[in-house]
Each structure stands twice: as C-alpha cells, then as structure tokens.
Write a protein that binds this ligand. Structure first.
Ligand SMILES: *Cc1c(COP(=O)(O)O)cnc(C)c1O
Length: 372
C-alpha cells in the first residue's frame, strides 16, 4: 500500500483548530467562569467593539445566531407582514427563513452562472409594489455584486441587508463585506470562517439609531430596564461565546490567508481539467473561501468517486430554496430561476479549511484527476 492511499480527507475537522488555539481558548473561558457574569457583560461589549473596529463600522451588536441577526435587522427596518424581500434562489435556508419569521414574503431571484451570487440583472423581474428590501448573500466567501445591487436598490427606494454569514473578511477592492450596505448580518456558527464554539451572530450597521433598535430588539424590546417598548426577542450573544470570538477574531485574517493558499493549490493542481469549473474571482475582489465549490457536468458520479476514497465532498445546496416545501408558496422572479436549477445539479464542495495539508490537497486533486 502506498502512503497516499492511507490518507483520508474529512470535509472539515474543527478539532484541529481547537488544538491550535487551545491555550487562548482555555484562558478566555476561565476568565468568564472566574467573573461569574454570563449574559450581556464585559466580554460581549469587548467583542462588539473589536468586531466593529475590525470592520470599520460604528456599531456591532452581538446576537444569538445568524438567522436571528437577519430577522432582527429586518424588524429594525420595520419590515414585516405584507412586505416582500428579495433574496437569491441559491443560499442557505436561514436567509429566507428569517424573512418568513417577520411575516414578510421572500421573493427569489436567479443567480449568476459563474459567481453563483444574486444576479442583479434579475432584480427588476422580482419587483412588486410590496418590495421593501434586498438581501444579497456573499455566498461561499465571495462578495455579491454590491455596487450594482446598491444602485438598483437606491433607484427603487429599497433597503439592502447584507448576509455575510459565509464571508467574514471578504472584500471588493479595499471595502469589506458587511460595510457596504446600511446594515449587515453575520453568523458565528462553528464551521463559518469565524466560528464560535456554539451559536452566535452579529448585526453591524453604520446607522447608530438602527443599531440601537437592534440592541433593544435582541433583549426583550427593552428601552430601559423593565421598560418593554418593542416586540423584542431573547437573542443575545452569551459571554462564553463572546470571549471565544475575541480569540477567533485575532486569527481571522491569518486563517483566511491559509484558505486562499489552499484555493491556490487546488487551482494549480486542477486548473487544466476541461470539464471542471473552478471558483472565479473578479479582479480586485478578495474571496475568503468559506467553501471551495467547483462545477462538473457529472457531479453525482464525481462526488461518489471522491467519497469512495474517503474524501469529504458535499453539495451546497442540493435544491434552490423555492423548491423546498416551506417556500412552496413564495414567488420567484420573472423568467424563473433556470440558472440556479442547473447549478444545483453540478456544484460540488471540496474540503476547505485552514488546517488542510498540502498532501491532503494533492490527494484530493489526484482523485479528481483520476475521475473520467
Ligand atoms: C449559516 C448561515 C446563516 C445562518 O446562521 P446561523 O448562525 O446558523 O443561524 C444565514 N445565512 C447564510 C448564507 C448562512 O450560511
């Protein structure tokens, strides 16, 4: 048996990251336990400050998770029953579930065939007199086409809420995702580029009034102690996660750089395969490779081929959202979503995380090359 045939390459392995950061994480957790303050204390404040400073925005508000972040941002903008919110047909379900949670309707726009993000050319066909907002998703770690989306939104008087759950640190030029629209939502689910060791999320905004509303909504709608003025939620970032996230934030840029290095290895080893489309990055955009998604006409067979070799390969996502039962009554834009429908049959996510070794990437690339 050769050495390489004994390698296995899991889709992800968070224990490697825990091992790497263990002393810092242990210290952060101990600090919280020793203080004995577990909800809305100094760790949350320190994290909110550090994250806002990292992004270069005035306000970050820690919340319970990324789905709540989106729901609270929509509520802060007074979006709810009777309203429609446009989002892409290809994204994680929470983007659209958060819209449903406010009693507004998601309207699904088709995607761009190369970047897989919301295609601004399809926005016009999604409009109605009920349209209030657009939620572009920076999918897989690549920014959506924000300049075009923002000018469309401005022309039609719509709010824009960035879904940055998959793109902490991604950029267009020198501009970070999460700072382009008035309000943006992050998830710190453990597998995201910056993940907690439990649930967590944040809403960031350059509008301090809007930030204050989110702050009130996440904590029972209180505008002062025991003064419940808004129909709020209980959705707070706990002190343990806030302490852990301060550690994770310090490593975010280095981890993103390692992801980019691994993406460059894949490109070097797989770039010449005709049937395989690799991730495409517009000039001057910074991709942070939350996922490394390739496209192949025989996707199912390729996925099975890789899995037989103990290589974790997965599909994000197997259906466009309008095909999920919960969204069956929702509208899609004029002309439907043919690009998303074709994409879901051909996309495949290869293993991608900062701790992936060169040997593992070579093993995956060899297996892809041997497929025919
Ligand atoms: C993960 C994710 C969310 C939701 O985040 P949670 O913290 O799991 O609630 C929202 N949108 C997208 C695109 C995501 O990938």
């Amino acid at each position: 048996m050769t050495l390489s045939s004994t390698i296995s390459v899991p889709f992800n392995d968070l224990s490697l990251q825990v091992t790497e950061l263990r002393p810092e994480i242990d210290a952060a957790i101990a600090r919280v336990l020793d203080r004995g303050h577990f909800i809305l204390g100094p760790e949350n404040e320190a994290f909110e400050r550090a994250f806002a400073d990292y992004l270069g925005v005035p306000v970050a508000v820690g919340v319970g998770n990324g789905t709540d972040a989106l729901e609270l941002a929509l509520r802060a903008l007074d979006i709810g029953a009777g309203d429609e919110v446009i989002c892409p047909a290809l994204t994680a379900a929470p983007t659209a579930l958060a819209i449903i949670a406010t009693s507004a309707w998601p309207v699904f726009a088709d995607i761009h065939p190369v970047t897989f993000t919301l295609d601004p050319a399809k926005l016009e066909g999604c409009l109605s007199d009920k349209t209030r907002a657009i939620i572009p998703v920076h999918l897989y770690g690549l920014a959506a086409d924000m300049p075009t989306i923002l000018s469309f939104a401005e022309a039609h008087g719509l709010a824009v809420i960035e879904d940055v759950a998959q793109a902490h640190g991604a950029m267009i030029g020198e501009r970070k995702t999460g700072t382009m629209a008035r309000i943006a939502c992050f998830s710190f689910y453990p597998t995201k580029n910056m993940g907690a060791y439990g649930d967590g999320g944040a809403v960031v905004t350059n509008d301090t009034d809007l930030g204050l509303r989110v702050r009130q909504l996440r904590d029972l709608g209180q505008i002062g102690r025991f003064q419940h003025a808004l129909p709020g939620r209980n959705s707070r970032l706990d002190e343990m996660q806030a302490a852990i996230l301060q550690v994770k934030l310090r490593h975010l840029e280095a981890h993103n750089a390692l992801r980019r290095e691994r993406a460059a290895w894949y490109a070097e080893l797989l770039g010449d395969i005709l049937d395989l489309q690799l991730p495409c990055v517009p000039q001057d955009w910074t991709h942070v490779y939350h996922l490394y998604v390739v496209r192949h006409p025989e996707r199912d067979a390729l996925r099975d081929h890789l899995r037989q070799r103990e290589i974790g390969a997965d599909v994000h996502y197997p259906k466009p959202l309008p095909q999920q039962p919960v969204f069956s009554e929702c509208r899609v834009g004029k002309g439907g979503i043919p690009v998303a429908e074709k994409a879901v049959a051909e996309i495949l996510s290869l293993p991608m995380y900062p701790q992936l070794t060169r040997q593992q990437v070579e093993f995956v690339a060899d297996a892809v090359r041997n497929f025919s």
